[in-house]
Design a protein around this ligand. Structure first.
Ligand SMILES: [Mg+2]
Length: 185
């Protein structure tokens, strides 16, 4: 199930953000994103995988964040997500079995049912969780996307490609964990 996954499609509200939308005095919306998620997407792209954003809401904030983390395929204002999902598959020339989709609300259901690997956040509605192959431990906007990316890349044996550039510089003789009673992740 995880082997063929190469395209990550992300809902935004409640997945890349915590789901809250704050309006400033001029009516612009403000969302909070998590740096671990953004960095995770960058790692995902670095190993040669693809990513897209698929949001039911239209917002400049979404586009800006997506651009910042290297996602060029940004689809917003999608009231019906399934036709847009099909469009994204065509764009990247992959089948649904190669897609990991992360969602949290009813609008995500048709896409969750099609994606090769469907992921829900802990705060996702029951109907979405029921369709999920995996429910993250981390909440949306607080590491859920990062957790999903690490899970897939570890399973595919590609997480080391991400970590090696940092781990390479460790001094010799360092134990696997400095804190012996705690299991390192
Ligand atoms: Mg959502």
């Amino acid at each position: 199930m995880l082997d063929p996954i190469s395209l990550l499609i992300l809902d935004v509200d409640g997945v890349l953000s915590d789901g809250r939308i704050i309006y400033d005095s001029r009516g612009a919306d403000v969302k909070a994103f998590h740096v671990l998620d953004g960095q995770g997407v960058k790692y995902w792209l670095r190993v040669g995988h693809q990513a897209a954003v698929l949001s039911g809401r239209a917002s400049k904030t979404i586009r800006r964040r997506a651009t910042e983390i290297g996602i060029r395929a940004v689809y917003t204002g999608a009231k019906d997500k399934l036709p847009v999902f099909e469009k994204i598959l065509k764009r990247f020339r992959v089948g649904a079995e190669s897609v990991c989709y992360v969602g949290d609300d009813l609008v995500d259901i048709p896409v969750m049912a099609r994606a090769g690997f469907a992921v829900a956040t802990p705060a996702a509605v029951a109907e979405v969780k029921r369709l999920a192959h995996y429910v993250t431990r981390a909440e949306g906007g607080a590491g859920a996307v990062r957790e999903t990316i690490e899970l897939i890349l570890r399973y595919q044996g590609r997480w080391a490609e991400v970590t090696e550039r940092y781990q390479d510089r460790l001094p010799d003789g360092l134990p696997a964990a400095r804190c012996p009673w705690r299991d390192p992740r």
